[in-house]
Design a protein around this ligand. Sequence first.
Ligand code: PMP
Length: 309
Amino acid sequence: MNHEHPEFLWYNGKIVPWDNVTIHATVIPSLTSSVFEGIRAYWNPDEGRLYGFRFREHYERFADSIKLMRMNVPYSVDEFVDGSVETLRRNGHDSDAYLRPAAYSGHPHQGGHWMPDPDQVQDVFIHTKSWPSILTREDGIHCGFSSWTRIPDHILPPRIKCHANYANSRLASIETTINGYEGALILNMQGKVAEGPGACVMMVRRGKVITPPVTAGILESITRDTLIEISRDVLGLEVEERDIDRTELYVADEAFFCGTGLEVIPIASIDRYPLGDGQIGPLTLKIRSLYHDLVRGIDKRYAHWRIAI
Ligand code: PMP
């Protein structure tokens, strides 16, 4: 496969060579309202096969984002899933891969006129690239709370995976990077923990796994959903979805970020408060290793979450 860029993209229902997917510069101002997804496929070395992870749920969320932004996109979840499988195959991926679907207006922005033209159909591409997993990382990251507040549902809904929302994530992430941290945490309008710029957060306190609810100003994360289910049903842990105070995170026994791209990343400290003994916590390790085996198809349970490419 070509390692600079894939040979093909899925573009408006067809497999198309990379060079044929272009936009005119006048379209750029329309692009902040574009919606997107981030999806992974994992290579199983023993089987010599790639497994897509929860494609259907990602494209259902993509369809929700499209609906909420009142976009006109004439493809079904099934077509996106099939298009993703075909694009991965055509590009010959033989290692961990990442898919970036996006729906956007390919038309020049008409100044001040926000009402979508019902006759204008939005463009959609699915871009695939190699992206190795970091699930075996041996240390946790040092995080800090950003001074920026998470955008709330009644202003700019984090439930929509829309590029405009990521300006909020970008501000938080750049601020904490400049302040010497590897990761950012963001509080919501109620002063409770929301999430990170590109991942949800979970903590372990007194043996319980606790994570903010989907109404806390977070993206409805598919990894979060996966970890809640496997923590409860496979590991037999108690899981609570409830508001988390900033100070509760400082005294948590363990905490980690979770998301498709970032996978499960242990947090070593927050605002220089060390969590636990500074090593990756025992429940974080258990949850992460189960997630690793499931996404790669090493553990055959939850077969409905995987699609063989
Ligand atoms: N929150 C935000 C803001 C994100 O960008 C992501 C990554 N998509 C997540 C949470 C995690 O979502 P998921 O597990 O579906 O990738």
